[in-house]
Design a protein around this ligand. Structure first.
Ligand code: LLP
Length: 430
């Protein structure tokens, strides 16, 4: 579990006891390891170093300014999907000339903002969008780089709600339409059409979908060049998997081994947009048990102070996250059994739930957990990606604080929200 490890009976993040952090900052709290984030970023960078590669951290996975700043300082670029994410990337010290901008619904205002900041490239997802960017660029007197986002109709074999590269998905442009656009590229004099982008979904547990998509891209690049249009950049998006269960999964070097030969064949520069791989296992959500209860039917609930508003992945995608007490004498298994859990001595089979008034507010159902009592702390692992960034204040619950651990020190990088924060911006003067 990267730099989160039990030493004796206690969970540490780097050299700090997780229990010590939350006794100061309270719960629920997101805790991230700086060392883990940097290690993952460099693992990816090293794996792809054989070709000219721009890594653009996917801001949607974790948009905290301090996390973005850490990565900006390592030279990372950013993948953004809104004006707000671009604002964050720049505010965190990110270099706009290393920013790529994706998303099916960029507004004129967002395009103007990105043009004003001279970002590296727009990933354009429809003909209508291309017309807009071309017109706005003309108006402001700029010629931005553009990549067409291709929808290659490839099943990335991931959750239906996180699949993006199938023909029924809203993302990207199919090859036929892309070809038409390329043959008519003379109409779009105010953009520099020099890239292709493909993002298949997330998380992707085999290299095969990338390879299949890239083979199609290789052919397409060849056709473009024969037609007189040089494609200099190929962006293969994100989706690099992490282990949520402790099971071994493929690593960047495994992806790179199969992907790089195809990139070399095209002689293109490569762009990657990793999110989850960099931050997913670099963060946890710490929560406190408020109550336990058992029904007459023998069902046991562990009710904690974090809810689906703080971490929505289990409710939204039935996502599996390991959960284990922060302090326990029972060893967390190396690999979690995701099937029906056996009851072992000192353990209960429980539903771990939050306080939100929705039946889907369940972090884990029928999960084997060391017996816990009111006040005990639980860790929800692998929560660094799409955790806080997807949180809300539903049920008027102030959002958790975020903490970054650095060796034997830690810093609060986002304060816990207050009741006043919840209502700021609302008024009675209408
Ligand atoms: N590039 C594009 C164009 C994307 O849409 C995404 C993620 C990424 C890169 C980064 O993918 P990553 O490397 O993080 O897998 N909320 C879901 C995941 C949705 C991903 C959306 N797009 C979850 O919690 O699993």
């Amino acid at each position: 579990m990267d730099t989160f490890e039990y030493r004796g009976k206690t969970l540490f993040c780097e050299n700090v006891k997780v229990g010590d952090i939350v006794s100061e900052v309270g719960t629920p709290a997101y805790v991230y390891s700086k060392g883990a984030i940097l290690a993952r970023y460099h693992e990816l960078k090293t794996a792809f170093q054989d070709v000219d590669t721009l890594i653009c951290f996917s801001v949607k996975s974790n948009s905290n300014l301090s996390i973005c700043k850490l990565l900006a300082e390592e030279g990372s670029g950013f993948d953004v999907v809104s004006g707000g994410e671009l604002f964050r990337a720049i505010k965190a010290g990110g270099d706009p000339s290393k920013v790529v901008f994706a998303g099916v619904g960029k507004t004129d205002r967002e395009m103007r903002y990105a043009l004003e900041k001279d970002i590296f490239m727009f990933n354009v997802e429809s003909l209508a969008e291309l017309k807009h960017i071309n017109a706005i660029a003309k108006e402001v007197g700029k010629v931005p780089r553009v990549a067409l986002r291709i929808n290659p109709d490839i099943d990335a074999k991931t959750h239906a709600k996180t699949t993006t590269g199938k023909k029924e998905n809203k993302f990207g442009i199919d090859f036929t339409e892309a070809e038409r656009i390329i043959t008519q590229s003379a109409f779009y004099q105010n953009v520099d059409l020099c890239g292709l982008h493909v993002h298949l979904g997330s998380p992707i547990y085999t290299v095969d979908p990338y390879v299949r998509a890239l083979r199609k891209i290789v052919r397409f690049v060849k056709n473009c060049r024969e037609g007189g249009l040089d494609i200099e950049f190929v962006n293969i998006g994100g989706g690099y998997c992490i282990s949520y269960t402790g099971e071994k999964v493929i690593r960047p070097k495994d992806y790179a081994g199969k992907i790089l030969p195809l990139v070399k064949e095209m002689q293109c520069n490569l762009i990657l947009e990793p999110g989850r791989f960099v931050v997913g296992n670099s963060g946890i959500l710490v929560t406190r048990v408020i109550y336990t209860k058992e029904t007459v039917h023998g069902k046991k609930f562990v009710i904690c102070d974090a809810g689906m508003n703080d971490l929505i992945r289990p409710a939204l995608y039935d996502a599996f996250h390991r959960i284990w007490p922060v302090n326990t004498s029972i060893k967390m298994p190396k690999v979690e059994n995701t099937g029906k859990s056996p009851v072992k001595r000192g353990m209960d089979v429980v539903d771990i739930v939050g306080p939100v008034c929705e039946s889907s507010d369940v972090f884990a159902a029928n999960r084997s957990l060391p017996r816990v009592k009111e006040g005990d702390l639980l860790t929800i692992f692998s929560a660094g990606a799409y955790g806080f960034s997807m949180s809300s204040s539903y049920n008027s619950r102030p959002r958790p604080c975020e903490v970054l651990v650095e060796g034997d020190r830690y810093h609060v990088i986002r304060k816990r929200e207050t009741y006043e924060n919840l209502v700021s911006g609302e008024n009675f003067t209408w």
